[in-house]
Design a protein around this ligand. Structure first.
Ligand code: AMP
Length: 281
């Protein structure tokens, strides 16, 4: 694996080493890598000839400065994991390399998708995601962009961004990898104690419970019971547990039994904010 910290050097390498007809797969991450990230690297290696991973903790997508400061950084271990996974190129830029003109950005027209769920509770978050993705895409110029369904709404936002900026990249969405307990793998899990990791499984259990108990009709009672379950397990606060249209993320207040739906959750356990989702059908 070759590591680049400078944009120009990475671009030069990509131009000179990419063989004609060879596809470039790109896996953007914020590091503190786990099996979920590595599953994206494996998928990229199956679907492309050259896999580029980036590790960049993007300051502009953190609406809470404390969350940014506490974001886990494990670079040496990450490099080892990427080597073992057979990643070809790692891009590890400094903030000044990604944002040479400063952190302020233009506005991306994302519509209501950025005001609901994550967007409602993390104002500005998806603008920051688009800002960094726009920049990274213009640097790497991949054919395939690999992202995790764990960040369901982010995948929808990025799909929209690809259209807005006319990117040639095809978005490939990979399933959520989970611990044996059901807990969705996440870099933020590193901040949970052993007992809290056990408690944290309540999110996934509540989503599974919703999936098992949903019937055509109103959904409000079900989602409020799911929230109670998560709070009873020891969570401090739920931002949302919602049943939504799988294609638009509009809240489904009354399910007709046919529409494709997904349950999404965000909740705090000891100041660690965890998210998860489960498509139903
Ligand atoms: P992050 O480093 O959290 O920004 O995540 C980088 C990429 O890995 C994103 O596309 C995430 O959706 C994906 N990802 C994170 N956790 C998982 C997981 N448990 N399973 C699959 N993909 C994941």
């Amino acid at each position: 694996m070759i590591l680049f910290k400078k944009t120009t050097e990475l671009q030069q390498h990509l131009i000179t080493t990419t063989k004609s007809g060879q596809l470039t797969g790109f896996v953007p991450t914020m590091g503190a890598l786990h099996e979920g990230h590595l599953s994206l690297i494996s998928r990229s290696k199956r679907e492309s000839g050259l896999t580029v991973c980036s590790i960049f903790v993007n300051p502009t997508q953190f609406n809470d400065p404390k969350d940014f400061e506490k974001y886990p950084v494990t670079i040496e271990k990450d490099i080892l994991l990427l080597e073992q996974a057979g990643c070809d190129v790692l891009f590890l830029p400094a903030v000044s390399e990604v944002y040479p003109d400063g952190l302020t950005a233009g506005h991306f027209e994302l519509g209501t998708l950025e005001t609901i769920l994550e967007g409602q509770y993390r104002p500005g978050h998806f603008q920051g995601v688009c800002q960094v993705m726009h920049r990274l895409l213009s640097i790497v110029n991949p054919d395939i962009l690999l992202m995790g369904q764990k960040d369901y709404q982010q995948c929808m936002i990025v799909q929209k961004l690809l259209t807005l900026i006319g990117s040639k990249a095809t978005l490939v969405i990979s399933p959520t990898l989970r611990e044996a307990s059901g807990l969705a793998m996440s870099s933020r899990n590193m901040r949970l104690s052993g007992p809290d990791k056990e408690k944290a499984t309540a999110i996934y259990h509540s989503l599974q419970w919703l999936k098992a108990n949903i019937h055509p009709g109103p959904t409000a009672l079900l989602t409020s019971k799911a929230r109670e379950q998560v709070m009873a397990a020891g969570f401090d606060k739920t931002d949302y547990i919602s049943i939504c249209d799988a294609a638009t993320l509009a809240t489904i207040e009354h399910w007709d039994g046919r529409a494709k739906i997904v349950a999404l959750a965000a909740a705090f356990l000891n100041n660690v904010r965890l998210i998860d989702n489960l498509p139903f059908n």
